[in-house]
Write a protein that binds this ligand. Structure first.
Ligand SMILES: Cc1cc2nc3c(=O)[nH]c(=O)nc-3n(C[C@H](O)[C@H](O)[C@H](O)COP(=O)(O)OP(=O)(O)OC[C@H]3O[C@@H](n4cnc5c(N)ncnc54)[C@H](O)[C@@H]3O)c2cc1C
Length: 264
């Protein structure tokens, strides 16, 4: 790991200003992705701007039919939240299934979304629950947030402050875990509610995406039977040492049916 400067601002505006002042700096949340990348030499920021002391970034609040979760809320906090468990149990379950206790204790919602790992779980929830990503500059529609492999709509230095999830009538997230890391080999999040009928897939492509054929069928008939005969194309899906694109395509259908059954 290269030497780096360290800053621990106490205000969001100061964090953003530091990020602008040090062109090769980066934010650090729980360090669960960043530190690994730095150790491997994949990232070599000149300065780390620690978001850990910024006030007001880790709370969870309910505003009508919207659940707002702060960017610095850890996965363990989301998993244990009474409000999340009551309003969107699928989201609490998703958070509880991320990595292992150490990762859940340090890893954050904002870090997960900003990093946009192709196998991350939260991006599927953002798409399936029609979420809005809040930054210190603007609100970004979840549907236009994930642009590609580790690529998001965030501009350089833009800081995620929180995410608003629409409370669905029903929802479920089912993932087929890569057994070593517990990242999603494939994960499918289904939901139905004011946001419509949504099916979001993670782990299978360059970034999370919505499966429109499954959504159309489920919008007409929310049942496992309705999607039994829909085959998902393997075109453009990931092939790696863990699974082929064809295997991942098959898993999308299987997991979507399990998720629909689980959502009830
Ligand atoms: C062993 C292991 C297993 C894992 N398993 C899973 C899994 O099953 N499912 C899953 O979804 N994830 C998994 N993860 C990833 C984990 O969920 C982390 O949350 C994720 O890596 C982000 O970590 P972090 O919040 O600590 O962010 P960091 O590592 O601190 O930062 C990651 C990136 O996001 C940027 N960033 C951080 N916060 C913000 C912000 N608020 N605004 C703008 N940019 C920001 C940083 O600059 C950096 O580029 C796993 C990680 C490990 C190490």
């Amino acid at each position: 790991m290269n030497a780096f400067g360290y800053h621990s601002p106490a205000r969001v505006a100061d964090a953003a200003a530091l990020r602008q002042r040090h062109a090769d700096s980066t934010y650090i949340a729980g360090g669960q992705s960043l530190l690994g990348a730095m150790k491997l030499g994949l990232a070599a920021p000149s300065d780390l701007i620690d978001l850990g002391n910024l006030p007001g970034l880790s709370g969870i609040t309910v505003q009508g039919d919207v659940l707002r979760i702060g960017a610095m809320a850890t996965h363990a906090t989301v998993a244990a939240s009474t409000d999340v468990k009551k309003l969107i149990p699928a989201l609490a379950q998703l958070a509880d299934g991320i990595g292992d206790p150490a990762v859940r204790t340090r890893g954050t919602l904002g870090g997960s979304l900003a990093n946009n790992d192709p196998a991350a779980c939260y991006p599927a929830a953002v798409l399936a629950l029609s979420a809005t990503v809040h930054t210190e500059r603007r609100d970004i529609d979840g549907d236009s947030f994930f642009l590609g492999l580790y690529e998001t709509a965030l501009q350089p230095g833009e800081l995620i402050t929180g995410v608003s999830f629409k409370v669905p009538q029903r929802a479920a997230y089912v993932k087929f875990k890569q057994p070593a890391s517990r990242f999603a080999l494939v994960g499918v999040f289904v939901s139905q509610g004011a946001q419509g009928t949504r099916v979001a897939v993670t782990g299978a492509g360059a970034c999370a995406f919505r499966a429109s054929a499954l959504e159309t069928a489920l919008a007409k008939d929310w049942s496992t039977k309705a999607i039994l005969d829909i085959s998902v194309s393997a075109d453009g899906l990931n092939t790696d040492l863990h699974a082929s694109a064809a295997y991942r395509a098959h898993l999308i259908g299987v997991l979507a049916r399990r998720a629909v059954a689980q959502a009830g």
